[in-house]
Design a binder for this molecule. Structure first.
Ligand code: HEC
Ligand code: HEC
Ligand code: HEC
Ligand code: HEC
Ligand code: HEC
Ligand code: HEC
Ligand code: HEC
Ligand code: HEC
Length: 411
């Protein structure tokens, strides 16, 4: 080989290395900082286009725990079992992602979630058993008796389809049955691409749905000492702490997630909030859950990471008393309503007479609010948004019932 050709070969090789280096520098960070072949092949390619199309998606992903652990775009976007696929620029991706795209790597979490009221019961609260398979219904009924085996809500027909889709479903689709046979969405709390526990621990994340007069948890929390302390000291908390080793050093003020889901100081993390709830507070007349003693013990164990037993027992004793007195008030109103129906004074479909709404608001707004307020530190909600309007509506209801009976007598 001549000197010339060796020289040309060396120059060419050097130029190639240099240009490879320069090109590499231009490539998205995900592609260069993650060495695995799969990663470069999948993420690099997806990110190359999508950084130009939706930079925010790629950026959120880059900062996520998934990117750090080498989980790539295709790991989530490839069709999971039972999903429809589409060709996409040399890849095969799913047309629609569900919890089915997460469960492959987070099966234990999915199982817990599936036991919870965030799963099938949440959907059945609107549509009843419709859309759920018989297997899904009987599976969920084991954990949430009466949660799925029920008729559709009367508002489905009274208010119509668009109100259901843009209203109820936006919150209750957290447990929507998916075409691939799975249930629900994980991204309501974690978002699609940040996959963040910090986000899930923030009260405002739960407040996307847990708000308003019929489930005023965020309003109650905001006025509670816990909420006030969170506002004041949020920047001192470690919202990003690893769930399995979360301590009261990281979270010395509780958020919704801390009480209902987190594994504080070695307690078990759960995706089934029912594990810590003793009552059915959302019901008109509240009853105890099947496993209420154990569930309340679980919740008290969370409180006891920060409080003494005396304080905790005080809250529960006072809460129990509010449940008993609210039940009595709702029961009284219910008997008036049942009497009107029984005597033929009130006829027709549900929600066809003004008195139906007074009764509904009495338990669904005011009764619930007083019970939730009592357990979560909302004095104003127990009183001015709870017991006071209950008293007012009881008077109104009694008057309306008497008028209806009088008019009925004249017929
Ligand atoms: C050659 C460029 C290119 C590559 C490579 C690419 N995409 Fe896309 N992708 C697009 C374009 C263009 C669209 C349509 C976007 C729009 O409407 O703004 C799109 C749309 C999408 C959508 C929305 C689909 C829908 O129907 O709503 C998803 C999800 C997606 N891409 C994921 C990926 C994933 C995951 C990869 C890698 C496995 C990938 N893309 C690779 C260009 C690309
Ligand atoms: C942790 C799983 C996960 C990873 C990793 C992931 N995605 Fe997604 N992505 C989702 C989910 C879930 C959706 C919502 C899809 C749906 O509604 O069907 C989504 C939606 C999208 C969309 C549509 C966004 C919109 O709002 O219209 C694009 C584009 C996309 N992803 C691209 C990417 C790219 C590019 C990567 C890698 C840089 C990536 N994704 C990584 C889970 C993921
Ligand atoms: C290919 C496997 C894989 C898929 C698919 C996947 N994950 Fe992950 N996920 C992981 C790994 C690995 C970790 C890091 C675990 C660890 O550090 O212990 C993780 C961590 C997480 C975390 C904790 C993040 C943190 O900051 O600690 C959340 C939340 C999460 N994933 C949600 C999701 C959701 C939601 C989906 C579906 C949209 C999903 N994952 C899909 C593998 C996956
Ligand atoms: C803003 C979000 C949101 C909207 C909109 C919404 N809900 Fe709910 N719903 C919730 C939350 C959160 C709860 C849990 C209340 C609790 O446990 O205190 C709930 C509880 C319920 C319950 C009682 C629990 C059960 O399983 O029996 C029923 C029934 C219900 N919703 C039906 C509906 C119907 C029907 C609509 C539409 C007419 C609707 N919801 C609209 C968030 C919402
Ligand atoms: C996308 C809407 C949505 C988000 C976000 C959401 N929830 Fe819910 N949640 C619901 C609905 C709907 C129900 C009522 C389910 C039923 O009983 O029908 C519910 C019920 C509950 C219950 C009562 C469970 C039971 O066994 O009765 C608790 C506790 C709860 N959620 C806590 C949380 C916490 C904590 C967060 C935030 C980390 C959160 N939720 C985020 C919609 C949501
Ligand atoms: C109601 C809100 C909510 C929903 C829905 C939800 N998560 Fe979570 N998730 C959380 C919270 C809150 C935490 C953090 C608990 C804590 O404080 O340690 C968490 C933690 C996690 C973790 C880390 C757990 C660990 O032990 O390291 C993973 C992984 C995860 N979620 C995946 C999922 C998957 C997969 C789904 C769907 C099947 C899902 N999540 C649905 C709220 C939610
Ligand atoms: C200090 C702990 C704590 C915090 C913080 C907290 N909760 Fe609660 N929550 C409780 C207790 C205790 C109960 C009643 C337990 C029982 O029934 O035995 C309860 C009840 C509930 C219920 C009623 C479920 C039913 O039976 O209908 C929902 C829903 C709920 N909480 C959601 C939330 C949301 C959303 C937040 C944040 C905005 C929040 N909680 C903040 C402790 C807490
Ligand atoms: C992560 C720690 C933490 C957890 C868990 C926790 N709290 Fe608190 N709690 C606090 C802090 C901090 C304050 C504010 C104390 C102060 O005023 O200095 C507080 C204040 C209170 C107060 C007001 C103080 C008073 O004397 O009236 C009550 C009541 C209360 N908590 C009840 C509970 C109950 C019930 C639970 C469980 C369902 C619970 N807390 C769980 C940290 C916690």
């Amino acid at each position: 080989m001549s000197f010339r050709s060796v020289f040309v070969a060396i120059v060419l090789a050097f130029a190639l290395i240099l240009s490879a280096f320069l090109i590499n520098r231009q490539r998205p960070k995900v592609e260069t900082s993650q060495p695995t072949a799969d990663f470069v092949k999948a993420s690099g390619k997806c990110a190359e286009c999508h950084a130009r199309l939706q930079y925010s998606v790629v950026h959120e992903y880059e900062m996520s725990a998934h990117a750090k652990k080498g989980v790539n775009c295709l790991d989530c976007h490839q069709p999971a079992k039972g999903q429809q696929s589409q060709d996409h620029h040399g890849f095969v991706i799913s047309t629609h992602l569900t919890s089915g795209n997460c469960r492959g790597c987070h099966e234990d979490v999915y199982k817990e979630f599936e036991h919870s009221r965030h799963a099938a019961p949440s959907w059945a609260a609107i549509y009843g058993e419709k859309g759920l398979t018989p297997e899904q219904v009987s599976f969920s009924e084991q954990f949430q008796p009466g949660g799925t085996k029920r008729p559709p809500h009367p508002f489905v027909t009274a208010e119509g389809g668009s109100a259901m889709v843009s209203g109820c479903e936006q919150c209750h689709a957290i447990g929507k049955p998916n075409d691939d046979g799975t249930i629900g969405r994980c991204t309501d709390c974690h978002s699609r691409h940040t996959s963040s526990v910090a986000l899930a621990r923030r009260p405002s994340t739960c407040a996307q749905c847990h708000m308003g007069p019929d489930h005023s948890q965020i309003e109650i929390y905001d006025e509670s000492k816990h909420g006030v302390m969170f506002q004041a000291q949020e920047n001192l908390l470690n919202l990003n702490a690893e769930p399995k080793s979360l301590t009261t050093r990281d979270m010395f003020v509780p958020t919704c997630a801390t009480c209902h889901m987190s594994g504080l100081n070695g307690l078990k993390v759960t995706h089934d909030p029912s594990e810590r709830l003793g009552y059915y507070l959302a019901d008109a007349v509240t009853t105890k859950r099947p496993d209420s003693l154990r569930a309340q013990a679980n919740m008290k164990q969370v409180c006891s990471q920060c409080h003494t037993e005396k304080l905790i027992e005080r809250v529960y004793t006072q809460g129990d008393a509010v449940v008993v007195s609210t039940n009595a008030k709702v029961q009284h109103a219910k008997e008036i309503m049942d009497g009107l129906r029984k005597d033929g004074v009130l006829t027709g479909k549900p929600f066809s007479n003004p008195i139906d709404f007074v009764y509904f608001d009495l338990w669904h707004y005011d009764g619930r609010t007083s019970k939730h307020g009592a357990f979560m530190g909302g004095a104003d909600f127990v009183q001015w948004h709870g017991n006071y309007p209950m008293l007012q509506k009881t008077v109104e209801l009694e008057k309306m019932a008497a008028d209806l009976r009088r008019d009925h007598g004249r017929k």
